[in-house]
Design a protein around this ligand. Structure first.
Ligand code: SAM
Length: 242
């Protein structure tokens, strides 16, 4: 059985001490989550890659069980629940604020959703059942170090059925000169809502590179990996378990 709720550490600010053998996790508070929700300007841009992901999976066959890790308001999960009307979805996130937002956003799919409040740095603790068809995540893994990214994908791989998909829509570090050039250009096209807006959370270090994602997936035994879409420094990676 999937637990309906479990405790989680929500990691975006340094805690008082190091844990997990030296990793320094980060933590948001709920006020920052609320600020992020009110300042998310990328919704229109990201609708397209979310639908690209669903279209690719739909060509491949039917889907019964979908997990969305760090789902937030549930926008990615919603696209898949709409595309696969016989599927059920697992919303996974650490935040009460996000759960409230997702319950509203996913209201018309409520009977098909399990709610799991858990920690993406240690989602083994959420005791999710294996045999998943699709694991989604978006705009969350850019907080990881390459080592945490490797641990994350290695933890997901056993949850997927053979032929199942892991799909990540996230930001990457592109190196010089592209990273700063693309960030400035994106701000021209998609301005922040407020001049003091830091999108509700801090980025203390550079995101992993796309190559880090590909390497970590391959190390987890997920060898069929492709970039399906990229705009500026945001990319959609689709990968299928052999
Ligand atoms: C930038 S939001 C992205 C939300 C959603 N995936 C999207 O793209 O619209 C990042 C999400 O990660 C969640 N999060 C942060 N730390 C987490 C943790 N340690 N475990 C699980 N979720 C976490 C936040 O609650 C938030 O919903």
């Amino acid at each position: 059985m999937i637990p309906q709720s479990s405790t989680a550490t929500w990691r975006h600010e340094p805690p008082p001490q190091t844990v997990n053998g030296g990793e320094v996790p980060r933590k948001w508070n709920e006020a920052e989550a609320a600020q992020w929700l009110s300042s998310d300007t990328a919704a229109e841009m990201l609708d397209f890659p979310r639908r690209i992901a669903a279209s690719i999976v739909s060509i491949d066959g039917n889907v019964s069980r979908i997990l969305d890790i760090a789902s937030g308001p549930g926008s990615f999960l919603k696209v898949f629940l709409e595309m696969f009307p016989d599927s059920v979805g697992i919303w996974h996130d650490a935040s009460d604020t996000m759960r409230t937002a997702a319950e509203k956003e996913l209201d018309s799919y409520a009977s098909r959703i399990s709610w799991v409040q858990g920690d993406m740095y240690n989602f083994a603790a959420s005791a999710l059942q294996p045999g998943l068809d699709v694991v989604l995540t978006s705009r969350a893994t850019h907080h990881f170090t390459p080592q945490e990214l490797a641990k994350f994908y290695a933890g997901i791989a056993p949850l997927l059925r053979s032929g199942g998909w892991i799909i990540n829509l996230d930001h990457a570090y592109l190196g010089s000169p592209w990273d700063s050039l693309f960030r400035s250009a994106r701000r021209e096209l998609i301005p922040k809502k407020r001049s003091d807006d830091s999108a509700g959370h801090k980025h203390e270090k550079a995101a992993p590179e796309i190559a880090d994602h590909i390497a970590a997936l391959r190390n987890a035994g997920i060898t069929e990996v492709q970039i399906a879409w990229q705009a500026y420094y945001t990319f959609l990676i689709v990968a299928r378990k052999p």
